[in-house]
Design a protein around this ligand. Sequence first.
Ligand code: SAH
Length: 234
Amino acid sequence: MIEMDEELRRKKYRLVNRLIREGYLRSSRCVKAFLKVPRERFIWPGYESMAYHDSPLPLGDTGQTISAPHMCAYLIECLNLVEGLKVLEIGTGSGYQAALLAECVAPSDRDPDKWGHVYTIEINEELVEFAKRNLERCGYSNRVTVIRGDGSLGWPPQSDEEIYDRILLTAAAPTIPKPLIKQLKKGGYLVGPLGKGYLQDLVRVNKDLDGVVREENLLKVAFVPLRGRWGWIK
Ligand code: SAH
């Protein structure tokens, strides 16, 4: 067991060094988050030894995947996260990305009074339970709230209030769901993939202080399709 842990630790450091070298990890905040969160504890049973391979891994037979580490790193970097922010994630999956978000806005080694919070919504019941368990045993229940439902409607569903500083969509949508744009605060960022087929466009949306929304294309990505009211599959 000790040997296994040591081996994983080495693999983790090697992966983090590689992500820094390749430019996916750029800030000390995100490097720290990556080193802190144990990806092996968010992996579907049987795949743990592959936790620090830079590849997506299947989440049982749900047809969904935990994103590749370089993609998780890219996403937390391009959201410009700082301590204290309120973040909404659509597509909890394993809970791993939510834990990374939590380490960025509510770092384990900081005063909980200054912590932000992560709300994450998952539509697949089996994954809601899986993610809750993973987040709980890794000590994130106080910084991450897992909600079961259609995240394309935002949270609370269809609310018109500007609630979140950052929103991360981790499944590919036809267009940015309108409720999510409404729920983004002025000065906030939303990042997510748009499009159909194997490759989609990762876009970043900024709502400026006057409420004007601008979209920029970041790169081509491969995510699973978004379901629900604003998704590809209702
Ligand atoms: N962020 C995850 C991986 C996401 S995979 C991780 O770190 O492991 C995309 C997830 O989005 C899948 O689990 C899928 O079930 C979920 N999903 C798809 N459509 C959704 C919707 N409308 N609302 C909430 N979750 C959705």
